[in-house]
Design a protein around this ligand. Structure first.
Ligand code: GDP
Ligand code: GDP
Length: 454
């Protein structure tokens, strides 16, 4: 398969885009100047290669999103691997080894015009030790004649060489087919939900004003089928019009019938709250602004963050809040809501209707951030600068290094840090805080997990 000059590899369907778990990692390894960066640029479909045309120029490892035939993966460009290198080059070789250790598939690139060298053979021994699937890329095979010559690379003992011209695109399709085959099998696809109105849970402890707010928002007629794409709305749900948009308020039947309070048991009400949060994409947690924030409010907030749903905090009964109360409320917010400084806050009154429409932009913003995806290249550019400026503290003479990161999924955003060892919880929180500052995740929980290399 020959790819055009632009090698449009973005044509995939992206079907597995938001599946749980990090995308498989493909590491590109080889001596300096064999064409690793050119190959990575070819695979990510970047039009201008950022290749420096200076022999021996080495780069730090960088990771990018890539896609082939609808399968997403992360491709890591390593600096040149040299076994007996000194200083900086040595550090780069160590990074290449670390990249191999974290990879699911390794592309070992050789310059077919040079053939295999001692350095290539040493690299092969390193790759053998890693026990990772390795594909041998015979690069710079710019035409059919050179393809025959590339067969001499069988001698490296890595099996069939894949003749490729990273510069012109020749052979890269066949190579990528083989990369997909070498990857771990993808998880079965989720059946996508039909895109109807966004699903909102309206939750809060008894008496904060949920039914009052529902009465203000919900449409009178109990429409079972929404006009949008014939989506079925569960009979226990209500459709509401907020800020010119239709929303699906999940499990409001209980609120209408006042089940939670009638039954009198908090346990029953909390099961119901949990179920509503689970069924929703975003939760409006109602708090009574005229009263202190209590344990029961905290429990509901934890349900939302633990379920990984987007969150809007609505301070209801704002008509009862005077200057005095406002003063104490601000202090309560600082103290009680310290865990969730990222929650979007709206002050409303179900009684007067005050600012109820402001719930809509808050919901939209929370959902947009909940579904946000940070491109791997951008993420790693930022991360490299961050860990350089503030490295992990040294513990017992050693400091684990953060190698690179990917966003494993959205809804909520989950990030995986690939590292050389376990990180302090404090450092992980620091990375999360900085991540929030840089990319704006207001209104959504964010998960950061660490994957130390094996
Ligand atoms: P790296 O150090 O392994 O990342 O190598 P680069 O990607 O920087 O490439 C080194 C040199 O080889 C550059 O001058 C590239 O233009 C050239 N190069 C890369 N791939 C090919 C190829 O397929 N054919 C030819 N003729 N030159 C290539
Ligand atoms: P739920 O138990 O959360 O459904 O709360 P309700 O909607 O039943 O409200 C509890 C009480 O608070 C009722 O007496 C409401 O009239 C009152 N209430 C609800 N919202 C407001 C509001 O915005 N301002 C004032 N002043 N009272 C409210």
């Amino acid at each position: 398969v020959d790819l055009g000059v632009d090698g449009d590899l973005d044509a995939g369907t992206g079907v597995d885009g938001d599946r749980e778990g990090p995308a498989p990692v493909v590491a590109v390894v080889g001596r300096p100047n064999v064409g690793k960066s050119t190959l990575v640029n070819r695979i990510i479909g970047r039009r201008q290669a950022v290749v420096e045309d200076v022999p021996g120029v080495t780069r730090d490892r960088v990771a990018y999103d890539a896609q082939w035939n609808g399968r997403r993966f992360t491709i890591v460009d390593t600096g040149g691997w040299e076994p007996d290198a000194k200083d900086r080059a040595k550090a780069i070789a160590a990074q290449a080894e670390a990249a191999v250790a974290t990879a699911d598939v390794v592309l070992f690139v050789v310059d077919s015009r040079v053939g295999s060298t001692d350095v290539d053979e040493a690299a092969v021994r390193m790759l053998r030790r890693s026990a990772k699937p390795v594909l041998l890329v015979a690069n710079k095979v710019d035409n059919a004649t050179m393809e025959i010559e590339s067969t001499s690379l069988w001698s490296l003992g890595l099996g069939q060489p894949y003749p490729v011209s990273a510069l012109h695109g020749r052979g890269s399709g066949d190579l990528l087919d083989a990369v997909l085959e070498a990857m771990p099998a993808p998880a079965p696809p989720d059946t996508p939900r039909p895109r109807g109105p966004r699903r909102v849970a309206l939750v809060g402890r008894p008496n904060v004003g949920k039914s009052s707010l529902l009465n203000r928002l919900a449409r009178e007629e109990r429409a079972v089928v929404d006009s949008v794409a014939g989506t079925t709305v569960d009979p226990v749900d209500s459709l509401a019009e907020i800020g010119g948009q239709t929303w699906q308020l999940v499990d409001t039947a209980g609120l209408r019938k006042r089940v939670g309070q009638a039954s009198g048991t908090e346990y029953f009400a909390s099961l119901r709250t949990n179920a509503a949060i689970d069924a929703a994409e975003v939760a409006i947690v109602l708090l009574d602004a005229s009263e202190p924030i209590i344990e029961q409010d905290q429990r509901i907030l934890s349900m939302v963050t633990e379920a990984g749903r987007a969150l809007v905090l609505a301070f209801n009964k704002w008509d009862l809040v005077d200057e005095d109360r406002r003063y104490y409320l601000d202090r309560e917010i600082d103290r009680e809501l310290r865990r969730i400084p990222w929650a979007i806050k709206v002050n409303v009154s179900a009684k007067t209707g005050r600012s109820v429409d402001k719930l809509a932009p808050a919901l939209r913003q929370a959902l947009a951030n909940w579904e946000k995806r940070v491109p791997t290249g951008q993420l790693n550019q930022w991360l490299t600068a961050l860990v350089q400026a503030t490295p992990h503290p040294v513990r017992g003479g050693r400091a684990p290094r953060v190698l690179f990161a990917t966003q494993a999924s959205t809804s909520p955003p989950k990030f995986v840090l690939f590292t050389t060892g376990l990180l302090d919880a404090g450092y992980v929180r620091f990375v999360e805080r900085k991540l929030r500052e840089e990319f704006d995740f207001e209104g959504t929980p964010v998960e950061v997990t660490v994957r130390p290399r094996k």
